[in-house]
Structures are given as C-alpha cells and as structure tokens.
Design a protein around this ligand. Sequence first.
Ligand code: 5GP
Length: 185
Amino acid sequence: MRDLVAEAKVSVLIDAGQLAERVAELGQEISRDHERKDLLVVCVLKGSVLFFADLCRSISVPLRMDMLAVESYHGGTQSSGNVRFVHDLREDVSGRHVLLVEDIVDTGRTITHLVNILGKRGPASVKVATLLDKPSRRVEEVDLAYTGFEVPDRFVIGYGLDYAQYFRNLPYIGVLEGPAELLNA
Ligand code: 5GP
C-alpha cells in the first residue's frame, strides 16, 4: 500500500490558499458569534485535526479545546451507518457553548449522533462547524452553523481527510485519480 500511495495521482479540488482564506473567514464569524460566551471547541478526530488547528488559530475570543474520536468508516470509502465512540471528551460540557469541528458531513449520521449525545450533557448550545459539506448524500437532516465548502459526490482526501489512513498530510483537498491498483486496493 505504501508504495502505491507514493505513486498516487491526486487532482486538486480546493487549494491551500482557498482553504486558508475560508478558514480565516469562519474564524471571524465564530468569534463574532461567541463574544462573552464560554466556548469549548471540539476536534472530531482524526479527520478534522488540521482544520481544527487552523480554525482555532483564527478565532480571537477565549476558548477551550477538547477532542473526541468516533469511527464511522472502516478503512474503505463507504459509510457503515454504524458510529462508534472510541474516545470521549475530558471536559465537562454543562453550561458551555460547544462547537463541534468536523472534516466533512456526508450522510450526516456521524454528526447527528454526536450532537444528540452531547446535547444530553446539559450544554448551553451545540453547534457544528464543518470544513466540507457533501449534501447530495445526506440521510439525516443536519443544522450546520458554519460550512467551509460544498463538495460534489466524490471521495475527497487531504487536509486531514484520509484514504486508508494515508493522505491526511496533503495541504489541499483533492480527489484520488490513480493508479488503478490503489483505487481498488
Ligand atoms: P457521515 O456520517 O456524514 O456519512 O460521514 C462522516 C465521516 O465520514 C467524516 O467525518 C469522514 O471521516 C468520512 N467521510 C465522508 N465522506 C468522505 C470523503 O469524501 N473522504 C474522506 N476521506 N472521508 C469521508
């Protein structure tokens, strides 16, 4: 697999400059909406890790950070519909304004599950910031307070998003185009 990944052809969908510009805009919007609010920004691991890091740096109001991890895909590109909590928050969310930071909302199952679970812990609010939105595949209706970009129904990688755990380090969002052995691996 590693050798195939080294030969991968990736076409750029959203370049690093576009990402930086949009993330800065989202940070300003989130800052305006959370003045004098107790803000807890939650990284949904692993896919949102780069977006989370850049977004937090562009938020100018005081905030706390925490992380959680769920599994909704199992190595491939299809949603199992089965969302499993593998790492919970360490912070208490009661009375706080929680901002869940996601990489991509596809069917909407993962984020719906998380919003429902955290909503039962007594937060002042639970909002979602997603870098990418793939609305064509939605199964659950989701309220997205902050969205970076809408993307077509393609499997995207980079800037935190993986294919078989690779490609998260790409500084842009791209689509894997080949080689064929990698796409079928
Ligand atoms: P959902 O539960 O909304 O169907 O899927 C959400 C999760 O599936 C995302 O957090 C992400 O991990 C994964 N996912 C959905 N679409 C894509 C995609 O196009 N590329 C990658 N790398 N992951 C995706």
